[in-house]
Write a protein that binds this ligand. Structure first.
Ligand code: HEC
Length: 202
């Protein structure tokens, strides 16, 4: 019961955030988008533990708004895949971009970079996969800059590759990869550790 009330509380918080967002001049979501954002967030929260719901509820309106925006912008949302599986898919795109740059294949680089920029979202969104102590406004406040580094540079790679400027694409590839590294240093424990052996994950 307590869990249910908490979830309702967070949903109300999201409605308030979306309303604040519509009040702003740029990037206003349509009513249909607001409805969609609400539905996605409700679906994600249904999968969260009561403890995680508490932590999510306490996040700042800016971070909540950011999470809704991310959920809305990424049209591919899986009901089964985990964050590690989505990351493996991102890794495949990353490698395809590397091959394309090295072989001067602009169309392949551009397509893979756009797939990376609009990558799939895992079941339940990102929060359930982070260490619970990282689900705070302070810790999550790095997310917009991580997004700019990875998705922003992926878009720049695509644009450079479409112009046939592979030197610029290679430069943005390095900057994008630095974004992967920064986010991993902040949020990821030991790579590849099994969920069955929690002590290895530190
Ligand atoms: C928003 C933060 C964030 C960004 C940006 C990010 N990752 Fe990750 N990545 C994670 C987290 C967190 C995990 C660990 C997930 C888990 O263990 O459940 C992870 C895991 C992975 C894994 C799985 C390996 C393992 O077992 O830990 C691969 C591969 C990976 N990331 C590749 C990439 C690549 C390539 C990029 C950049 C194009 C990238 N990631 C960008 C957060 C991020």
């Amino acid at each position: 019961m307590r869990g249910m009330m908490n979830k309702a509380g967070w949903t109300i918080g999201i409605v308030a955030c979306m309303a604040a967002w519509t009040a702003r001049a740029e990037g206003q979501p349509s009513p249909a988008d607001m409805q969609r954002g609400m539905e996605i967030m409700q679906k994600q929260m249904a999968l969260m533990s009561p403890e995680l719901v508490e932590k999510a509820k306490a996040l700042s309106p800016e971070i909540k708004q950011f999470l809704v925006r991310v959920a809305l912008r990424h049209e591919r949302r899986s009901d089964t895949l985990t964050l590690v599986q989505v990351m493996q898919e991102i890794m495949v795109e990353h490698q395809a971009i590397g091959v394309a740059i090295a072989t001067d294949n602009g169309p392949l680089a551009a397509d893979a970079a756009r797939r990376l920029a609009f990558h799939r979202l895992p079941k339940g969104g990102m929060l359930p996969y982070l260490p619970i102590e990282k689900v705070t406004t302070e810790s999550l406040s790095v997310l917009p800059s991580m997004e700019a580094a990875v998705e922003g540079n992926a878009t720049k790679i695509a644009e450079a590759a479409e112009r046939g400027d592979m030197a610029a694409a290679a430069h943005h590839y390095g900057e994008m990869t630095a974004g992967c590294v920064a986010c991993h240093m902040h949020f990821r424990g030991q790579p590849g550790a099994s969920a069955y052996v929690p002590r290895l994950r530190k």
